[in-house]
Design a protein around this ligand. Structure first.
Ligand code: HEM
Length: 415
């Protein structure tokens, strides 16, 4: 069994030394009966692409919570996400959803991200201080995904807490009964909400993603109503929870490395590379899961058919076998063929990677340009959420000079 405590405060604060210990010790670690953890790049990359591995989310649920738990609404709903399907169902859904998604071209996505970034900064720029997680990192991707789905942002925002309750079903360590209840309530609320929107959209189609999903066709094939509802919920969830945490992680990482931040400030054309390095160094999605569809031997270990492998993407991103000096954060790191695994790999490679990069670049550029004196508080020991699968901050307090405080330094206290 694993020698480290994944729930200890030291691990949650900085998991990377623990990941290094696991990476050095062995390619695979027994996490619990029927489940393994892998941390090396080569193994992670290979398993993500290997057709002998697939998805069987409900088997993992049964193992961790008992056979009866698979009927819980939260587990049932999530199991209809394309993210958790195998070919041929996955191939079919990915083609149809991908087709709708690809209609939205990069310039349109950039304009949208810019508009929402500016609107959000306008809302707090005169305050001189803000919690950037609550005021910026979360609302930005929510507003963008709401605009893409053409639902009013105020319709999306009440679901933020539900979204956080629902993503807990992906946690590596089993969650408790009250968290399962909260996830169930969230799943039912999402289902009702998106079902109503899809029904309304069928009557009044537009140019948004839901209308495109309703129209998407491959030959004779179309998506059913249940498939659309489940995958709209997936886009809403995947479209903001991952990105919101990544915006916070990227800001924190840049401010923890002032010389890299200064380099970026003097040359904003480095932004795409800075975003890549933030994704490698402090990604928001640490774990992807796969189930062996047959016995597979890796090194000296045989993963038995039906067993789960938790792939630690964040540990792979810091593997010295692939990345030179992986513990250093270097926004000018040379391009290499082996990419960080932050967006996964193989057939489930993140469908929103292009959008996520645009959101990250626009968000960082917006803050750096419009708040040139931005400072973050408590970067040495920030409040990390107590979750492993998704890594992100609870709060990110920040302050800056406003026009008023610049004119009269006594007029305002920063916080
Ligand atoms: C920084 C932000 C993001 C990160 C780090 C991220 C990460 C990931 C990862 C690691 C996977 C693969 C999981 C696996 O193999 O089991 C994935 C899949 C997926 N992501 Fe993202 N994601 C991000 C943003 C987004 C956005 C903005 C959207 C959509 C609006 C999105 C939609 C999806 C979908 C639909 C899948 C499932 C693809 C499939 O199963 O074929 N993601 N993402």
């Amino acid at each position: 069994m694993l020698s480290i405590d994944l729930n200890s405060p030291a691990f949650l604060r900085t998991p990377y030394p623990f990941y290094a210990e696991l990476r050095n010790a062995a390619p695979l670690h027994r996490l619990m009966p029927g489940a393994w953890l892998t941390t090396r790049y080569e193994d992670a990359d290979r398993i993500l692409r290997d057709p002998r591995f697939g998805k069987d989310f409900l088997a993992g649920v049964a193992r961790r919570y008992g056979a009866g738990a698979v009927k819980e609404p939260a587990f049932q709903m999530v199991n209809r996400f394309m993210l958790l399907m195998n070919p041929p169902e996955h191939t079919r859904l990915r083609a149809l959803v991908g087709k709708a998604f690809s209609v939205k071209q990069a310039p349109e996505l950039r304009r949208l991200a810019q508009r929402e970034t500016d609107r959000l900064i306008d809302e707090f720029i005169d305050h001189g201080c803000a919690d950037l997680v609550r005021m910026f990192a979360y609302p930005l991707p929510v507003r963008i995904i709401c605009a893409l789905l053409d639902i009013p942002p105020e319709d999306g925002l009440p679901y933020l807490e539900d979204a956080q309750a629902l993503v807990k079903v992906f946690e590596l360590s089993p969650i408790g009964p009250s968290d399962i209840d909260a996830a169930n309530r969230a799943a039912q609320a999402f289902e009702r909400h998106f079902r109503n929107i899809c029904d309304e959209r069928r009557k009044n189609p537009g140019h948004d993603l839901i209308s495109l999903l309703l129209q998407a066709e491959e030959g004779e094939d179309r998506l059913s109503r249940d498939e659309i509802v489940a995958n709209v919920a997936l886009l809403f969830l995947a479209g903001h929870e991952t990105t919101a945490n990544m915006i916070g992680n990227a800001l924190l990482t840049l401010f923890r490395h002032p010389e890299q931040l200064a380099l970026l400030r003097t040359n904003l054309s480095l932004l795409p590379r800075a975003v890549n390095e933030c994704l490698r160094y402090e990604t928001s999605v640490h774990i992807a899961a796969r189930v062996a569809m047959q016995d597979v031997t890796i090194g000296t270990v045989t993963i038995k058919r039906g067993e789960t492998v938790y792939i630690n993407l964040a540990a792979a991103n810091r593997d010295p076998a692939v990345f030179e000096q992986p513990e250093r954060f270097l926004i000018e790191r040379p391009e290499q063929t082996q990419k960080p695994l932050s967006f996964g790999g193989g057939m489930h490679y993140c469908l929103g990677a292009r959008l996520a990069r645009i959101e990250l670049e626009t968000a960082l550029a917006g803050l750096l340009r419009r708040l040139p004196e931005l400072q973050l508080e408590g970067v040495d020991d920030p409040p990390w959420k107590p979750t492993i699968t998704i890594r992100g901050l609870d709060r990110l307090p920040a302050y800056w000079q406003t026009e008023r405080s610049r004119a009269d330094p006594r007029s305002e206290q920063p916080h």
